[in-house]
Design a protein around this ligand. Structure first.
Ligand code: PMV
Length: 304
């Protein structure tokens, strides 16, 4: 039969990780890369996930998520022949799981002709809940929508506030400098620090302010200010104890190469760094500097 295709986007957090968990604003963006799901009616024993570093057959939570997603569109995974191709690394803070869930839900919606945008969102919430427990929802918003957006959790447990941010063209370079740490563990260690040291509240507050100023700088098209604020954000994340030597080294290399700004992105303790390049040539220099260190590098131009 006919194959149906669906896409979901990866994401990057530009400002505000960790503080966002404690109720402060963050800024993130959907990426042009993410996941592509392809399904047709048929039969298969397994569901394959291809990704930049290899391929695996869905099992455990991934399989449970895939089953639950297609079930919301009246489909049974066993009666489908399909796969997902991830264009972003798995578990690196680039939103691979939400991208996968959105891609599969959209493909299932197309194939079945059932459900609407809300069914897709509900299927993705279910999958993200399985993968991440109580996730902030940033990944899901990016995977569904894309673009640059401001994100704030609702203190009372209601839906988050999500507002689009008009940004100039952004040349971003991302490197995975170390294996990713567990987001849940990093969030727990920062929360434990906050309980021991009340001065940590001032760091969250400052990160929230950096995110707010970062948003204003984006809307004003002031890339130099955006970069400066990324550097401040990195310093504050280091103060929370979530930077590691490889992240510090990647930041130094990028700044030496002329980056406007650079910081870790996601939970820290490993994972990815993101640099903002002022122009094409500098962006290439940052990329080359990181590739020499052997880190996988992804470059994105987000058009305004
Ligand atoms: O590494 P990621 O993409 O799971 O991002 C973590 C961001 C945190 O603020 C640390 C946690 C969260 O749920 O927002």
């Amino acid at each position: 039969g006919e194959a149906a295709e669906g896409r979901g986007r990866g994401k990057l957090i530009l400002f505000g990780e960790h503080a966002v968990v404690h109720g402060y604003a963050a800024v993130a963006c959907g990426l042009p890369l993410g996941a592509v799901a392809c399904v047709r009616r048929g039969h298969s024993e397994s569901f394959r996930v291809d990704h930049p570093a290899g391929s695996f057959e869905a099992e455990g939570k991934v399989l449970e998520a895939a089953r639950g997603i297609v079930a919301r569109f009246g489909l049974r995974l066993e009666e489908l022949d399909g796969f997902v191709r991830l264009e972003v690394p798995v578990g690196a803070g680039m939103g691979s799981s939400a991208a996968l869930a959105v891609a599969l839900a959209r493909a299932a919606q197309k194939l079945s002709g059932r459900g609407d945008a809300q069914t897709v969102e509900e299927a993705v919430s279910f999958a993200e809940g399985l993968f991440h427990g109580k996730a902030s929802g940033i990944d899901q918003s990016a995977a569904l929508g894309g673009g640059v957006f401001a994100f704030k959790r609702d203190g009372a447990g209601g839906p988050p506030t999500i507002e689009p941010v008009r940004a100039p063209t952004l040349r971003l370079v991302v490197a995975q400098v170390a294996p990713s740490a567990s987001t849940a563990e990093m969030v727990a260690s920062v929360s434990a620090l906050a309980e021991r040291r009340s001065s940590t509240a001032a760091i969250f507050e400052a990160i929230g302010q950096v995110a707010t100023e970062g948003r204003q700088a984006l809307e004003a098209g002031d890339l130099q200010a955006v970069g400066e604020l990324m550097n401040i954000n990195q310093g504050l994340l280091a103060a929370l104890g979530v930077s590691i030597p490889a992240i510090d080294e990647a930041c130094r290399l990028a700044r030496d190469a002329g980056a406007s700004g650079v910081k870790l992105t996601g939970a820290g303790g490993g994972g990815c760094v993101v640099a903002l390049g002022p122009d094409e040539a500098t962006t290439r220099a940052i990329q080359e500097g990181w590739e020499v260190r052997g880190w996988p590098v992804y470059t994105f131009t987000l058009e305004s």
